[in-house]
Each structure stands twice: as C-alpha cells, then as structure tokens.
Design a protein. Structure first.
Length: 165
C-alpha cells in the first residue's frame, strides 16, 4: 500500500525510492500507477546535511500545486532548513510516516517494520527499516537468509540462494 493524498486534480500516490547515490527520492504517480512528478530533487553535494527520512523538496515551477498539497496532507513536514541550489532555494522536508526503505510502501496492519542491516553488495551493510514482504527474494519469492551481526539488528542478503541468484 502506498501513501496517498488529494490534489485539486485528484488522488496522488507517493512512491519513495532512492537516487543512485542513495539519497531519498520521492516520486508521485496517479492512481493508474503512471508517473506524475518528482517531489524531491537530488543535490548530492549537500546530501551530508540531511538526516534519515529527509529530502530536498522541489517546490518550484510545475511542482508548486503538488508541493502545497503534499505538505498539507500531513505526509511530509517542512524542517525549516533551506539549501541554495542554482537559481532556487530547496527546502528540506521530512517524510512524516513510516515506510519500508526497500520497497517504499506503507506497512500493512500486522506487517511491522524491523531494523535491518541490508547487504548492498560493494557498499556493504546499510541500515534500513524494512517490511516483512521485503524479506523475500524479489526474483523467486523464497525467504532470504538472515544473520544476526549485531544485537537488535539483522542482515538481509538481497540476492538469495536460488539457482542463478
């Protein structure tokens, strides 16, 4: 299930992903799952100023009506911090609800998020909040092996042990 909010043009679904450099990306799509806009903007040289769950919001040009609706929905909070980038100022927003950091969905009732150290190949173990659905291999659906490298955390190997995986 994805977070949703209303705009003057209808319902918008929120899809939380990551940019290639692992900064938070917030994308919006219509109810038919078609891309509508990107609420975030990636500013890699300023990413060190962000806390977990924060992103640079694109609140200019075509995003103005969507940005106001997104903020009014309560799904996002303006932190009050601003970053100058080119000819615009990007506010720092925070996602105000819990989501799975692997698939970007809201947890369903009973599908609780758990702290995990996720094996991301050469990047090593990355701490994330993941839902129970993401504990399955995306290719074959089998349960992924779990280790316990630190107290209170687990490690997920994104590639499972299925043939060819």
């Amino acid at each position: 299930m994805r977070a949703r909010f209303n705009t003057p043009d209808g319902v918008v679904r929120v899809v939380i992903t990551k940019y290639p450099d692992s900064n938070l990306a917030v994308k919006l799509e219509n109810t038919e799952h078609e891309p509508l806009a990107t609420l975030s903007v990636n500013i890699p040289d300023q990413a060190h100023t962000l806390w977990p769950g924060e992103f640079f919001a694109k609140v200019w040009m075509e995003n103005i009506p969507l940005a106001y609706a997104a903020l009014a929905s309560g799904l996002f909070e303006d932190t009050g911090r601003r970053i100058h980038t080119g000819f615009v100022i990007a506010p720092v927003w925070k996602v105000a609800y819990e989501w799975c950091e692997l698939c970007g969905t809201l947890p369903l009732p009973g599908n609780l998020l758990s702290e995990a150290l996720v094996s991301m190949g050469p990047r090593g173990l990355v701490p994330m909040r993941v839902c129970q659905s993401c504990q399955l291999c995306r290719e074959c659906g089998t349960r992924i092996r779990w280790d316990d490298p630190t107290p209170g955390a687990h490690a997920i190997n994104i590639a499972c042990e299925h043939p060819g995986g």
